[in-house]
Design a protein around this ligand. Structure first.
Ligand code: NAD
Length: 504
């Protein structure tokens, strides 16, 4: 299927069937390059949610009891089909999100990495066993599925973030209900279609299109056992508080303000290239995008770094994601572009120095699209709104500090704690940074330190509400619950004993 064959109304996938549901509410899905409405998406109402969860609950009973080899075979099939369709999925992502095609390919491949991990589920679900914990008694542990679990995902990774969740939840024996972003919903339907083509039983993977109405029903639905959420911090907090108040296990990953600390001994040209790649890739619409460069040292070093970033940035070509010459596309919607652009206005009014100004930029022949050129703000201070708020666009702030301790204190005072990077030639200083920084994911001369699928992804502080990170070992723990068994064979009475059991 290519982008031109997508339906006029993006449907749900309930019980392995495409349906626009009963509710009749619709949302607009834009083409960010032209600014026109490309199609619509069905928005689930409460009755649609209840129908979908009912189908998932019924499916979870057999699926939770299915053999590990059956689950693994289906996951391998799904992996194969998805690997054959990387370009097709990337085309859909690029068309609805706006990111350039090569970036969208990268996102699909990172999603595939989690499927790779999930195919090894038999190993990850192995329990422990202790023989003879007391005379004639053995003890062992196992992890069992939760039942129906839901995932609520953001617009910025319409393939990768759902794939952080669905393969592991399903591999663990759960039915998974995905509520994707209504801004770029089509890729989720293709992911589910491929899973069913691979032999997944109906109802094990549901796609429920929708907005706040669907989310708020999922948060209180009695048959949803756990919720994985990825999105902005205010919504993450709402999802965590409401979900846990309703007895659900919740992991809610929120927004970010990721700092890249550049020490004076770093190679400034390498650091500048890394800053530009990490700040402007995907138009800054990445939760791991670098949004603040902390320039450490004297004015001369700081000036050289800012100049190197500005020079590297001027080489970035902004244009439609489908054109191979483009390295950065438009923003996802006009409203989001205006919000980001407003932050630049506010920063300028507050005294920041606009070194590179992307406001008003339009690639030739593409008026009407949601464009913003890359923007570099220098002399940003921590009290400015552009520093305090997550901007989520192609805007990089530079904060100047005199030394390492001031840089570390700045990063640790920030309420977010998703990712950070330090650029330096000094291993001891890098080690000190990694040890003392209050952030969940740290890069040493690596600007976007996204862990591989077999590690777990997650931030600290306002970047994650909950205890367990996503994918890797934490993912398996999140989607299962532990049981400990003590057994004695043959049955034999040791007489009446009302004291607390001990091994003595
Ligand atoms: P968002 O919070 O607006 O939406 C996320 C999901 O929540 C969507 O499915 C949306 O439909 C739903 N939603 C939106 N408003 C809601 C409300 N009031 N009540 C209930 N549900 C609601 O986020 P977004 O704009 O789609 O994505 C960008 C945000 O996601 C950024 O803040 C980014 O940092 C964050 N993000 C974080 C990570 C991470 O790993 N920490 C990864 C990707 C994106």
């Amino acid at each position: 299927m290519n982008i031109h064959q997508l339906p006029d109304v993006v449907p749900h996938v309930i019980d392995a069937k495409l349906t626009v549901g009963e509710g009749g509410r619709r949302g607009d899905v834009f083409d960010p390059v032209s600014g026109q409405v490309a199609r619509q998406v069905a928005l689930a109402d409460t009755a649609d949610v209840d129908l979908a969860v009912g189908s998932a609950l019924a499916a979870s009973l057999d699926w939770g009891a299915s053999s590990l080899s059956k689950r693994t075979q289906i996951l391998f099939g799904w992996r194969q089909l998805m690997a054959e369709r990387v370009d097709e999925l990337a085309e859909i992502v690029s068309a609805e999100h706006g990111k350039v095609f090569s970036d969208a390919q990268g996102e699909v491949r990172r999603g595939l990495d989690v499927l790779d991990f999930a195919t090894g589920i038999a190993h990850h679900l192995k329990g422990e066993h202790s023989e003879q914990v007391s005379k004639g008694i053995d003890a062992w542990s196992m992890r069992q599925p939760l039942g129906v679990v839901a995932g609520i995902t953001p617009f910025n990774f319409p393939v990768m973030v759902p794939m952080w969740m669905a393969p592991i939840a399903i591999a663990c024996g759960n039915a998974f209900v995905l509520k994707p972003s209504d801004r770029d919903p089509s890729a989720s339907v293709r992911l589910a279609e491929l899973a069913y083509e691979a032999g997944l039983p109906p109802g094990v993977l549901t796609v429920l299109q929708g907005d706040k109405e669907a989310v708020d029903r999922l948060l209180v639905h009695p048959d949803i056992a756990a919720i994985s959420f990825v999105g902005s911090t205010p919504v993450a907090r709402h999802v965590y508080e409401t979900g846990t108040a309703n007895g659900k296990r919740v992991q809610a990953l929120g927004g970010a303000k990721n700092h890249m600390v550049v020490l004076p001994d770093a190679d400034l040209d390498v650091a500048a290239d890394s800053a530009v790649s990490a700040a402007y890739g995907s138009a800054g619409e990445r939760c791991m995008a670098i949004s603040v460069v902390v320039a450490v040292g004297d004015t001369g070093v700081q000036d050289r770094l800012v100049q190197a970033i500005a020079n590297a940035g001027r080489a970035v070509v902004v244009g439609p994601g489908s054109e191979p010459s483009s390295s950065m596309g438009p923003l996802v919607t006009g409203a989001h572009r205006d919000r980001v652009s407003g932050h630049v206005d506010g920063a300028e009014a507050a005294g920041a120095n606009v070194v590179v100004d992307g406001r008003g930029y339009v690639p030739a022949g593409h008026g009407g699209g949601f464009w913003l050129g890359l923007t570099l703000l220098d002399h940003v201070r921590p009290e400015m709104e552009c520093y305090r708020e997550e901007i989520f666009g192609p805007v990089l702030c530079v904060v100047r500090v005199p030394d390492f301790e001031a840089a570390l204190a700045l990063v640790n005072a920030n309420p977010y704690g998703n990712g950070t990077a330090v650029f330096t030639a000094d291993g001891l200083v890098a080690r000190e940074y990694a040890r003392r920084v209050q952030v969940g994911m740290v890069g040493i001369n690596v600007p976007i330190p996204v862990p591989m699928a077999y590690y777990s992804f997650g931030g600290w502080n306002n970047s994650l509400f909950g205890d367990l990170h996503v994918h890797g070992a934490d993912g398996v723990r999140f989607y299962t619950r532990a049981k400990a068994v003590s057994s004695r064979w043959p049955q034999q009475s040791s007489g009446l004993e009302l004291g607390f059991p001990t091994h003595h």
